[in-house]
Ligand binder design. Structure first.
Ligand SMILES: [Zn+2]
Length: 343
């Protein structure tokens, strides 16, 4: 009976025309012939000569256009079909060659949109979309798109490049997708993005860091146990370096005013100071509110502020070392397609 029903359903499917119905997009029905998947609503060009079959969706595109943009597509399309291919529903779609893609639907949609839409602006996309485009443009060897993605991500994760001293409040932008960037950078040989992503992860609350392993289900957004270890070790090193470099002014004496010295002594005993010194976020000292808590003379405040700002730069310069990397310059040079120097 079940078999009879299945055969009826198959007939029903075959008898309807090519118009897709939403129920066909169910994942458990998707691993069979291309005809069972819905067409993408916009990335389906009637004059396209080839059909790409992603996990749940079909895309009808132009062979020559994609070949022009990507040598990988060109090679993929130049493989001659098997003799029996025209009868095999796995390899054709209504007579057109059907190419099975091993990418997520979302990745294909983003890539094709970036290629086809001339008004498409990478700059207005969220970080996860750009990370996906970096991965796809690397895989399909689309140089200009890869360079655009690198240019977008550079001022966020190449910490000395983003001028963090002036723009430290923007860190939240880099935090959310830090694990995704670590994984994507490894996959795309853009290692210079990794220390910055580790930094953003490491300055988080420790529970938040652990949640990136235990609560995240999407593999690309999760960090490995090795990376967790690197992150925690780097976090410890960061706190130590912050203490020695940025907060070293706590032990400095005022040459003008002896009251400053006793006030500073009291301040470095306070809970506020202890909390700051234990904070891995290197840039926290740049918050002007921090300085309101110290009641030393104006000249002391200015001197300490200046020295701590220089300390922040020093710590940022050393960030790769905390996370098992060499220096920033070596990392940048190892990237194919130089990261742009945005100041
Ligand atoms: Zn003073």
């Amino acid at each position: 009976m079940a078999e009879h029903n299945a055969s009826l359903k198959r007939q029903e499917r075959e008898s309807t025309d090519a118009e897709p119905s939403p129920k066909r997009s169910r994942p458990n029905e998707s691993n069979t012939a291309g005809q069972e998947k819905p067409r993408h609503p916009t990335l389906w060009f009637d004059d396209g000569g080839i059909v790409l079959s992603a996990e749940h969706t079909l895309f009808r595109v132009h062979r020559s256009f994609l070949s022009l943009n990507s040598p990988i597509f060109r090679d993929l399309f130049s493989i001659p079909p098997r003799e029996s291919a025209s009868e095999d529903p796995e390899e054709t779609w209504e007579g057109l060659p059907l190419i099975r893609m091993h990418d997520d639907d979302e990745d294909i949609v983003n890539l094709l949109t970036a290629l086809y839409d001339r008004t498409y602006s990478l700059a207005s996309q969220p970080i996860d979309v750009v990370a996906g485009l970096l991965r796809m443009s690397t895989k399909y060897e689309i140089g200009y798109l890869r360079n655009q993605a690198i240019k977008y991500l550079t001022p966020i994760y190449d910490l000395p490049n983003r001028n963090i001293v002036e723009r430290y409040t923007a860190t939240t932008r880099g935090v959310q997708f830090a694990p995704l960037i670590i994984n994507t950078a490894r996959e795309t040989k853009t290692d210079f993005l990794i220390p910055g992503a580790f930094f953003f992860l490491a300055i988080q609350d420790i529970n938040h860091i652990f949640e990136r392993i235990t609560k995240e289900e999407r593999p690309r957004y999760r960090i490995s146990m090795d990376d967790l270890q690197t992150c925690i070790t780097g976090r410890e090193a960061l706190i130590k370096c912050n203490r020695e470099t940025i907060y070293s002014f706590g032990s400095k004496k005022c040459g003008e005013n002896t009251r400053c010295n006793s006030r500073m002594n009291t301040f470095v005993q306070s809970e506020v100071w202890k909390e700051h010194v234990a904070d891995p976020n290197t840039t926290a000292v740049l918050d002007s509110a921090f300085w309101n808590d110290i009641t030393v003379c104006g000249m002391c405040v200015e001197t300490h502020r200046m020295s701590s700002r220089m300390g922040v730069r020093k710590v940022i310069d050393q960030v790769p070392g905390y996370f098992k990397f060499s220096d920033w310059d070596t990392l940048r040079k190892s990237t194919k397609g130089q990261p742009s120097q945005i100041k």
